[in-house]
Design a protein around this ligand. Structure first.
Ligand code: IFM
Length: 467
């Protein structure tokens, strides 16, 4: 399958010596109804890990195990956002962002018996109330990987009971926060929760079994499907959706076997999540790739999972080049001579455009899309009070162009959130990898907007000033 020949490259000619991030005048990103925001997640920024009744999460447990997180970093303090949230929101508005995507820490808002923790709830009420007072749109994710440890102790996403615990959590949050939230996302990146958390053990809770990964995915998607009608009933005015991370696969050669490998890469990365949500079934090719890993699916589950969505959040970062492993699987073959980020991820904006156009063809019921995360890590340093993050500026500009190209090909994309507002705890890579448009000095907690943030702010103020 000629994966990358499908849509030829037209965005790779950006001149990185030019600093301008402002898109050309005919770009859809100038449209006032195209939302531009910044994103974060609770465990990555909040800190205050034991304060005000917050329970332990699987990431507290995992990061305490030597060797699991680079340099032994944990989220215990992170960006101290739990205490600095007011000045962080001032920073957000000073950069002219129109929307903010955040997540709620489940262990902060419910106790072990499922009763509300008022102090935790009040934190999010203050935060969201202030965002609304400032005129920002609020995108709230219920689950961005920080499962309460006591639920993991009962099997976590492997125990079907968690579906009902998640529905209870969604019920509590949407009753308490109705009116403060413009868009609810049930889950962030179920692929990461299932595959990295239960399939290869790189993320919490650190289990590594293919059968676990598929069962965890089934329960994640089922929990999502159970939560959507609950959110609708409690908060009818808001949008309801889910956020998926998508990946582009390319074939290392023009052979049929490598073409199939690239296809299978995308099946396990994208269709594993999107097919059940949008077609009501798992892709059969997944069981050819991972034989014998079919999860236990009960009657009615597929229909529950395919609950109609108001939006689909898409997180996109990079492309993966693969070849056949000679059997039923595939193996990565890193491309030489391509631009990479601090994560080692290839910079490949065409992948975002091509995947979006492809999904629009594959799924007739594709809901409106928000790019809920896109960005890159670089080893940013503050020099004379400035962070000149030229690679990020070029990265963002080229991905803006990819989004615009997809819109012009007919994909209904309503907004874009940069990942991330500020440098933060990058999971297994700790604090070394800096994804923020705002630099964080973790010794002093000083925030320094990078050049990319200044240029985003400039574009957004020009856009707001346009009649
Ligand atoms: O930091 C993460 C985020 O939590 C989920 N999406 C990918 C980002 C970069 O790895």
């Amino acid at each position: 399958m000629a994966h990358d020949a499908a849509f030829s490259s037209s965005h790779s000619s950006f001149d990185p010596s030019s600093e301008a991030l402002t898109p050309p005048g005919d770009s859809s990103l100038w449209r006032k109804d195209f939302l531009l925001g910044a994103a974060t997640a609770a465990y990555q920024i909040e800190g205050a890990a034991t304060e005000d009744g917050r329970l332990a999460s699987i990431w507290d447990t995992f990061s305490a195990i030597p060797g699991k997180v680079l340099a032994g970093d944990t989220g215990a303090v992170a960006c101290d956002h739990y205490h600095r949230w007011e000045s962080d929101l001032d920073l957000l508005t000073s950069l002219n962002f129109e929307a903010y995507r955040l997540s709620i820490a489940w262990p902060r808002v419910m106790d072990e018996a499922g009763r509300p923790n008022r102090k935790g709830l009040d934190f999010y009420k203050r935060l969201l109330g202030t965002l609304k007072d400032k005129g920002l749109q609020t995108f709230v994710t219920l689950y961005h990987w920080d499962l309460p440890q006591h639920l993991e102790d009962r099997g976590g996403w492997l125990n079907r009971d968690i579906v009902y615990r998640f529905a209870d959590y969604a019920d509590l949050m949407s009753r308490e926060l109705a009116g403060h939230v413009d868009a609810w996302a049930t889950l962030n990146e179920p692929w990461c929760s299932a595959f990295l958390g239960y399939g290869n053990g790189h993320h919490a809770p650190g289990l590594a079994d293919g059968r676990f990964a598929t069962q965890a995915m089934h329960h994640l998607l089922l929990a999502h499907g159970m939560a959507v009608p609950v959110l609708r009933a409690n908060d009818p005015a808001s949008k309801k959706g889910i956020v998926a991370n998508i990946g582009r696969g390319s074939a290392n050669s023009s052979s049929a076997a490598d073409g199939r490998a690239a296809h299978l890469f995308e099946v396990q990365h994208n269709a594993w999540v999107l097919d059940p949500l949008l077609k009501g079934e798992y892709p059969q090719d997944l069981w050819h790739l991972w034989p014998g890993t079919e999860p236990l699916v009960l009657e009615g589950d597929p229909k529950t999972i395919a609950a109609p969505l108001d939006f689909l959040g898409i997180n996109y970062y990079f492309r993966t080049n693969v070849e056949s492993d000679g059997g039923h699987g595939m193996v990565e073959v890193p491309l030489e001579g391509v631009e990479r980020t601090q994560m080692g991820w290839e910079v490949y904006p065409d992948g975002l455009r091509d995947l979006l156009i492809g999904f629009n063809r594959t799924y007739p019921n594709l809901p409106p899309i928000y790019i809920t995360e896109n960005g890159m890590a670089s080893d940013d340093q503050v020099i004379d009070g400035q962070v000149n993050d030229l690679q990020r500026i070029a990265f963002l500009k080229r991905h803006f162009a990819a989004v615009d190209a997809a819109i012009k090909e007919g994909v209904d994309i309503r907004g874009y959130f940069v990942w991330s507002l500020m440098d933060n705890f990058e999971w297994a890579f700790g604090y070394e990898r800096r994804f923020g448009v705002v630099h964080v000095d973790y010794d002093t907690q000083r925030r320094t907007p990078k050049r990319s943030a200044q240029l985003i702010a400039k574009f957004l103020s020009e856009r707001a000033a346009k009649a």
